[in-house]
Design a protein around this ligand. Structure first.
Ligand SMILES: Cc1ncc(C[n+]2csc(CCOP(=O)(O)OP(=O)(O)O)c2C)c(N)n1
Ligand SMILES: [Mg+2]
Length: 324
């Protein structure tokens, strides 16, 4: 059932390249600021950066339509911004401000942005798999034609609900994309030391789910694979599994300098950085223009979020009304 990585798709219009590039850069520059804020203790606790993996969320989310939903992990800033979350409201959320996406009550690891199709970022490893599978079941029962996507790491494929959910989705032909972001490590542990059988895609194939290894640092390859998967889901043909091979630039979280990774490995992956890779196809004028635009946007978003008020502790913890 394992399917080959698709050949390069049709040529992509310059406009589309620029759009994808801007979203990846938005995530990169957003997280540069987030990292600074955490290191300066302007925000307490920890954060998990998505830098290096931007092509996965941007490629997948660019294949989705309004009404489709995603569930992401604690490394979820990328998925939120790729789905169209407002950077100022995401900054505000992480800073704990009233204007935050969840009124400052969720923070970096627990963002929800239903308006943009983000059902949640989950701190429980594998939680996103269960949430997205539930969304796909709801879509099938309600026949609303929407598709769900779950983002999760290589480590999550060793969780019990990974197997339960894939089995269920395979049996019921649910409209879902399982997007494994294989960044080679689960915290400090190399993936191959804890993954029996040596192949993640083989696990999905075992549940009758078409599964494909994708270059997760090539936004166009991810987008192409995701488009095919979304079309299959909308035709009622069931789930697809994408193992996107990628690499996080930083350590697991704020407190981890990532020193357990061989220098040569880090260097090799830095050379495959998805952002310069796409830039090389766009021309200098476009790259510089977009850089200036996104930099100004992030600066303004952070200033706006910093200027926002703190929430009133007596206010409700979510912006949603309880249904009666
Ligand atoms: C159920 C559960 N077990 C353990 C943890 C602690 N933990 C947090 S992140 C992590 C590693 C997960 O690795 P992976 O799924 O590869 O995702 P990555 O962080 O590499 O994106 C672990 C074990 C947790 N949050 N939830
Ligand atoms: Mg991992």
């Amino acid at each position: 059932m394992t399917i080959e990585t698709s050949a390069a798709g049709a040529p992509v219009a310059q406009e589309e390249l620029e759009r994808l590039y801007a979203v990846m850069l938005r995530i990169r520059l957003f997280e540069d600021e987030i990292f600074r804020l955490f290191l300066a203790n302007e925000i307490e606790g920890t954060t998990h950066l998505y830098q290096g993996q931007e092509a996965v969320a941007v490629g997948v989310c660019s294949a989705l339509e309004r009404g489709d939903m995603v569930a992401a992990t604690y490394r979820g800033h990328g998925a939120c911004l790729a789905m169209g979350s407002d950077p100022e409201r995401l900054f505000a959320e992480i800073l704990g401000k009233e204007t935050g996406l969840n009124m400052g009550r969720g923070g970096t690891m627990n963002v929800v942005d239903l308006e943009h199709g983000v059902v949640g970022c989950f701190g429980i490893v594998g939680g996103s798999i269960a949430a997205a599978t539930g969304l796909a079941l709801a879509s099938q029962l309600q026949r609303d034609g929407t598709v769900a996507a779950a983002f999760f790491g290589d480590g999550a494929t060793n969780q019990a609900y990974f197997h339960e959910c894939l089995n269920f989705a395979g049996a019921r032909k649910l409209p879902i994309l399982y997007v494994c972001e294989n960044n080679l490590y689960g915290e400090w542990t190399p993936m191959q030391e804890v993954t029996a059988g040596g192949s993640i895609v083989a696990r999905a194939a075992g549940y009758g789910i078409p599964a494909q290894v994708v270059d997760g640092n090539d936004v166009l390859a991810v987008r192409e694979a995701a488009r095919e998967a979304v079309a299959r889901a909308r035709r009622g043909e069931g789930p697809t599994f994408l193992e996107c091979r990628t690499y996080r630039h930083k350590g697991h979280s704020k407190v981890d300098p990532g020193k357990y990774r061989p220098k040569e490995e880090v260097q090799e992956w830095m050379g495959r950085d998805p952002i310069p890779r796409l830039a090389a196809q766009m021309g200098d004028e476009a790259v510089e223009r977009i850089h200036d635009e996104v930099e100004a946007e992030i600066e303004a978003a952070l200033a706006g979020a910093k200027a926002a008020a703190w929430p009133d502790p007596a206010s409700p913890a979510t912006p949603w009304k309880e249904s009666s």
